[in-house]
Design a binder for this molecule. Structure first.
Ligand code: ATP
Ligand code: MG
Length: 439
């Protein structure tokens, strides 16, 4: 017997909304991701409902509704402080553009609505009022067996919508399931349709994959089925670089990503080694950052995501394992920006850990960075006990570029001797430097 729906975990408000529809002569179900996650014992964030009521009828049943996507049959019902998307049962016409159906039409049969969904585990509906499960494709059996299987004929379903194979790869990681062989075999034939998927959608799927316990499961599927080659060729190229017996630079990138925490660190760990084998072109971190910068733009990562990923990639290579003296530690904080130092060290750590290297020295550095940042030393010109006005005065009001140069040189001194960052110590130095410039 497949897993029962844990009714006690469905919020009372969901029952109430379904009951209101029922009392007006309609049917209503919870459907899709929420039923799947309920059956898996997970927290459910969004309760998606579907109903036999037409959108206008749904609207008439409730006081507060937002016509979210009336043309597609979706209205948002506001009920006791909650918002529920309620979608009229629908079927879909032909797909000619590989992205969305040419037309949607409303249907009366829940099974028809379930038939247009992508995977059997996403095609289960539950009527909480009648306590009845609709599971025509045996999604619960697949869920219990850990099998991700397309609804219907996989090649046909993937040809309709190129996003589905990427969702499939992502679910392999987030649901920790295996692709059914026939479903997997159909991926290759859908790559041309996949190429039509918007880059925004692809970015969203990557970010969802990063939430998995082991996102590498998704990326391994993407690599093996050809999706990755169509998405990020420089990352895919790492499969050609052997770094040990039976191990490639791509395997290393996947392992580092799994060890990292959070979306940006995981993306940085995944991409850190891109361009490997082109060391002649410069520092590895810079080579990788320069290669992925246009890619991150192309795939619509936000400005913040792009900046942060590039920063981690650029600085993750700390050189050979060793301890740093306090001056070197401060130079590092200056170089990477103190607020990002821990994140850079964390990336360096997972990259090395994934290669089975010792990371005790990075842990030591991290602890020291934390201790130093409790009361941060002067690291920027703005932290100096003197400022541009002081320098200008010492130069007799005529400064130009000399002002900046003098401040730089004072900062350089203070990085080595933070204890000298007082007016009393810096003023004589400032005067001496100003005198040199004026001479
Ligand atoms: P998650 O919310 O965890 O990303 P989900 O399965 O809930 O996963 P949604 O995008 O919220 O995904 O979609 C809700 C439901 O709509 C899915 O469970 C599935 O039944 C259906 N669905 C979503 N996208 C597609 C698609 N591209 N093709 C077919 N059915 C889809
Ligand atoms: Mg969802």
């Amino acid at each position: 017997m497949p897993t029962e729906v844990p009714i006690d975990r469905i919020p009372r408000e969901v029952f109430e909304v379904c009951d209101v529809l029922r009392q007006r002569g309609h049917r209503a179900w919870i459907v899709g991701g929420c039923v799947r996650d309920l059956l898996r014992g997970l927290e459910v964030a969004d309760w998606d409902l579907c109903t036999s009521a037409k959108p206008e009828q749904t609207k008439a049943c409730f006081k507060k509704v937002i016509p979210t996507g009336i043309a597609h049959g979706t209205v948002t019902v506001l009920w006791k402080g909650h918002a529920f998307e309620v979608t009229t049962l629908r079927g879909e016409g032909a797909y000619t553009d590989g992205r969305r159906p040419d037309e949607v039409f409303f249907v009366d049969d829940i099974r028809e609505d379930l038939a247009r969904r992508d995977f059997t585990v996403n095609a289960i509906a539950y009527d909480p009022v009648l306590a009845r499960v609709e599971d025509p494709f045996e999604g619960r059996v697949d869920l219990d067996a850990g099998i991700l299987r397309a609804v219907g004929v996989p090649a046909e379903r993937f040809a309709e919508d190129g996003l589905r194979i990427l969702r499939g790869a992502r679910f392999v990681a987030t649901l920790e399931m295996e692709l059914h062989p026939a479903t997997r075999d159909a991926f290759a034939g859908a790559l041309d349709v996949y190429a039509k998927v918007s880059h925004e959608r692809i970015r969203e799927e990557w970010l969802k994959a990063f939430k998995a316990r082991r996102p590498s499961r998704a990326f391994a599927v993407m690599q093996q089925t050809g999706i990755l080659a169509r998405t990020c060729a420089p990352l895919n190229a790492l499969t050609e670089i052997a770094i040990g017996p039976g191990r490639t630079a791509f395997d290393h990138a996947l392992a580092a990503m799994d060890l990292a925490k959070g979306p940006v660190p995981r993306l940085a760990a995944l991409l850190h080694g891109v361009g490997r084998g082109r060391a002649a072109e410069g520092h590895a971190g810079d080579v990788a950052a320069d290669l992925i910068e246009p890619w991150l733009r192309d795939y619509r990562f936000s400005n913040d995501e792009r900046r942060d990923v590039l920063h981690l990639v650029r600085h993750h290579d700390l050189g050979a394992p060793r301890t740093w003296d306090d001056v070197e530690l401060r130079r590092f904080l200056q170089r990477v920006d103190a607020s990002k130092a821990e994140a850079v060290l964390a990336t360096a750590r997972v990259v090395r850990l994934a290669a089975d290297e010792d990371v005790a020295w990075i842990d030591d550095l991290t602890a020291r960075v934390r201790a130093v940042l409790v009361s941060p030393p002067p690291l920027r010109i703005g932290d100096l006990a003197v400022d541009g006005k002081d320098v200008l005065a010492a130069l007799g009001g005529q400064g130009g570029r000399a002002v900046g140069r003098i401040l730089e040189s004072l900062l350089e001194h203070v990085i080595v001797h933070p204890e000298d960052n007082t007016r009393a110590s810096l003023e004589p130095r400032l005067k001496a430097l100003a005198a040199e410039v004026s001479a």
